[in-house]
Design a protein around this ligand. Structure first.
Ligand code: HEM
Length: 510
């Protein structure tokens, strides 16, 4: 090639590149005009001042009414699309799951040393390994094998409620954590001072304290906050994060060592960790990563499963305080089907449709993961002519979906009769998420909630607390958010329904 031909080739290539980049930026600008509608925000901070930080799901629900099923917003430099319709969430997150299954990076999670947890992992090989291990031990058939464990733990809860009903929040939390300890490691927690349990409870409360949405957003916008020394004002992060990282190591290692030791001694009970260790290599395909992945998924189920379960139990209790008629109707059904000489078990479940409807309504009325878990797109997309950019954070507003007045008339009322004879499968509720990221603990969660609900209804009378002069204290539901949303503490009365019920509780926990 002579000099003049090379010069011409180079010029043409440069020209081509220039045209391509002009075309691309024009196309991007055109696409941006097609973003879903949403509230206008201020420069850079975006819509931060438009959102009610104490209950963002309500703000997003209102935006949904104003702008439609998809709402675009910008907060502190990050782009969000809020999905307010269950149908649209299925169309995007389920049917196009190959590009809607990533998670946004949350700086506070990495800072706390929690980047290994399944819910926070990016969509990729490592996440697939986790899901394979979780599926092996939490699929529907395997989950059903834990029925006796759920009931025994539920009976223990009844005994605790009988002894100190005013501490109902602590008892619910102890139930959830102890249940997951038993499921994950085959380890029976008998007291709140148990060392494994104490570590996990401390870790969970640190996570809730440090990883609240507001703090995470702040750290996302101002990453330098993570580097302020712990003794300086604003160095809060560093101090708490150091504590957290040390605890994480203990929570990962100590209980798994317990399972290893009990397997050697031949005393290991059925558990997730034991079953993964004994799982066939061809089913798991974990190779040398088996030990590490097993530790990580076992710790992940605590992060994802305990607070959500506790919050759902609080929602049920609140509903029973507010709706004595529902309680009466469920108790009549249990008395008719089960009688009063024994406690209900899973064999009774198909014959207790009203109790099933109470469970469904508990999940719907106040969905504890009101904003689901955020997903992120890994490619540009369009939906009904709207542009959905690569990397945008997708928030499924489960709250708006379960409060849809067309599907659920008078959505604010806790009304199990709304399902009529058509009981939906609890695990298909939007409350358990969407697509490839759907909650892998959904079968287990619905079983533990059923065990708690049916056992409490069979034996306890739940109602309003009374003041010293015997007047009932009215309860106005208020919600607070942490990892999951839950009702704020409310006064209530929890007593045995009868002397016979009290005897059944005591006999079941000997
Ligand atoms: C009432 C109880 C529960 C509710 C409402 C709930 C809800 C959810 C939701 C909404 C997600 C996110 C789904 C998505 O990204 O679209 C999720 C993820 C997850 N849940 Fe649950 N959950 C509950 C209990 C449990 C339990 C008991 C376990 C374990 C035994 C568990 C383990 C997980 C895990 C590991 C993930 C992460 C999945 C992933 O990112 O691939 N959850 N859950």
């Amino acid at each position: 090639m002579d000099t003049s031909t090379s010069a011409l080739t180079i010029s043409l290539l440069c020209l081509g590149a220039l045209f391509f980049s002009l075309w691309k930026s024009r196309r991007q600008r055109t696409s941006r005009t097609l973003l879903p509608p949403g509230p206008k925000g201020l420069p850079w901070v975006g819509n931060v001042l438009d959102i009610d930080a104490s209950q963002p799901w309500v703000t997003y629900e209102e935006w949904g009414k104003r702008y439609g099923d998809l709402t675009y917003s910008r907060v502190l430099g990050k782009e969000y699309i809020i999905v307010n319709s269950e149908k649209v969430a299925h169309e995007l997150l389920d049917q196009r799951s190959s590009i809607y299954s990533d998670r946004p990076r949350v700086p506070s999670v990495d800072l706390l040393g929690l980047g290994f947890t399944t819910p926070t992992l990016p969509y990729g090989e490592e996440w697939r390994r986790h899901r394979k291990a979780l599926h092996l031990v939490l699929n529907k058939k395997e989950s059903l094998k834990y029925g006796t464990m759920h009931l025994q733990r539920a009976h223990g809860l009844l005994a605790n409620l009988l002894a100190t009903p005013q501490n109902y929040e602590d008892h619910f939390a102890m139930f959830s954590v102890a249940l997951i300890m038993e499921l994950a490691y085959g380890y029976s927690v008998t007291s709140e001072k148990d060392p494994f349990m104490a570590n996990i409870v401390q870790l969970l409360s640190l996570v809730v304290e440090v990883a609240t949405p507001e703090r995470s957003a702040l750290l996302g916008a101002f990453p330098f906050l993570a580097h302020i020394p712990s003794w300086m004002p604003g160095g809060f992060w560093k101090k708490r994060a150091n504590d957290c990282r040390q605890l994480v190591r203990k929570v990962l290692d100590d209980p798994v060592q317990y399972v290893r030791d009990s397997m050697v001694a031949g005393t290991a009970k059925k558990s997730m960790v034991r079953d993964i260790f004994q799982g066939k290599e061809e089913d798991l395909d974990l190779g040398l990563d088996k030990e590490r992945v097993t530790k990580e998924v076992a710790a992940s189920v605590f992060m994802a499963g305990s607070e959500t379960t506790t919050s759902a139990m609080l929602v049920f209790l609140l509903a029973m305080v507010l709706q004595p008629d529902v309680q009466r109707k469920a108790q009549e059904e249990i008395d008719r089907v089960v009688g009063t000489d024994r406690l209900p078990d899973f064999g009774d479940r198909p014959n207790l449709p009203y109790v099933e409807a109470v469970l469904l309504e508990t999940i719907r009325w106040i969905p504890v993961s009101a904003l689901g878990f955020p997903h992120t797109t890994t490619a540009d997309d369009t939906y009904n002519g709207m542009y959905i950019p690569k990397g945008v954070i997708i928030i499924p507003n489960v709250w708006a979906m379960t409060q849809d007045p067309v599907r659920y008339p008078e959505p604010k009322v806790f009304n199990p009769d709304r399902y009529g004879g058509k009981l939906e499968d609890v695990t298909l509720s939007p409350a358990f998420g969407f697509g490839r990221r759907v909650c892998p603990g959904n079968h287990l969660a619905e079983q533990s909630l059923w065990a708690v609900i049916v056992s409490m209804l069979a034996t306890m009378q739940i109602g309003k607390a009374t003041d010293p002069s015997g007047v009932e204290i009215e309860v106005t539901p208020k919600l607070k958010s942490g990892g999951a949303i839950r009702p704020e503490t409310f006064p209530c009365s929890i007593k045995a329904r009868s002397a016979k019920a009290e005897h059944l509780i005591r006999a079941s926990t000997i």
